[in-house]
Design a protein around this ligand. Structure first.
Ligand SMILES: Cc1ncc(COP(=O)(O)OP(=O)(O)O)c(N)n1
Ligand SMILES: Cc1ncsc1CCOP(=O)(O)O
Ligand SMILES: [Mg+2]
Length: 213
């Protein structure tokens, strides 16, 4: 399966962890978010052991499978392979997309790749990826180890240089989501706007409505 044969019909992307859900149950937040309109989920656990990450991802996979929502694993290719998830998301400090294609010989699997420098757009890693994360669009307390704050102008610049689906991430909420779409993003990824919301289903619904406007 070539990238051109793959579609990317996702517009609202939830990136979730237990920690980001604070006092709420992560699996419940994920389910509520799906009911509200999230159509792709990434599990991003930066501090868990392999076993605990695997266990949590397996539980989440039961829910996402029930609703037909693809699950992406952050960073950990071995967990993605072991659970046969829909894909994996990596950045510049992780295993490279070209390497992933060599060890995970399943062309249908989605590889997401974070863009932190313009130069990356010319790389083979982009060629073998299925979508690019514009990381971050706006500075965010959720992830402090970032390089470039792309802003809206950065999205537009990247849009002019690639046909790959563009996922905007970083401090996006219902007040600025329209402007991010207008700047050229295909899909919006959020952590706090859903995980920190008092009503995650309502929050997802409102974000999705803004995207679809
Ligand atoms: C959709 C999406 N875009 C960007 C990122 C950031 O990935 P990365 O640069 O590998 O940083 P960490 O998430 O590993 O801290 C992402 N996770 N998802
Ligand atoms: C994982 C990640 N990658 C770039 S910014 C970010 C965190 C986004 O979190 P929030 O939506 O809370 O700003
Ligand atoms: Mg990473």
């Amino acid at each position: 399966m070539t990238r051109k044969e793959k579609t990317f019909p996702y517009q609202l992307y939830l990136v979730i962890s237990k920690n980001d859900c604070k006092n709420k149950n992560m699996l419940h937040v994920a389910e509520q978010a799906i009911l509200g309109g999230v159509d792709l989920i990434q599990i991003r656990e930066k501090k868990l052991s392999y076993e605990l990450f695997l266990e949590e991802a397996a539980r989440l996979l039961e829910i996402t499978t029930k609703y037909g929502v693809p699950l992406i694993i952050n960073d950990n290719i071995n967990i993605a392979i072991q659970l046969d998830t829909a894909g994996v998301h990596v950045g510049n400090n992780d295993i490279a997309p070209t390497q992933i294609r060599k060890i995970w010989n399943e062309p249908s699997k989605l590889i997401g790749y974070s863009i932190e420098y313009m130069d990356q757009l010319k790389s083979d890693d982009c060629i073998v990826s299925d979508y690019l994360g514009i990381s971050p669009v706006f500075l965010t307390p959720t992830k402090k180890d970032t390089v470039t704050e792309w802003g809206l102008s950065g999205i537009t610049k990247i849009r002019k240089n690639t046909d790959l689906p563009l996922i905007a991430i970083g401090n996006i909420h219902k007040e600025n989501i329209r402007s991010v779409i207008k700047a050229g993003a295909d899909c919006i990824a959020v952590v706090s706007a859903i995980c920190s919301a008092i009503e995650p289903q309502k929050a997802a619904f409102e974000l999705k409505n803004e995207i679809l406007k």
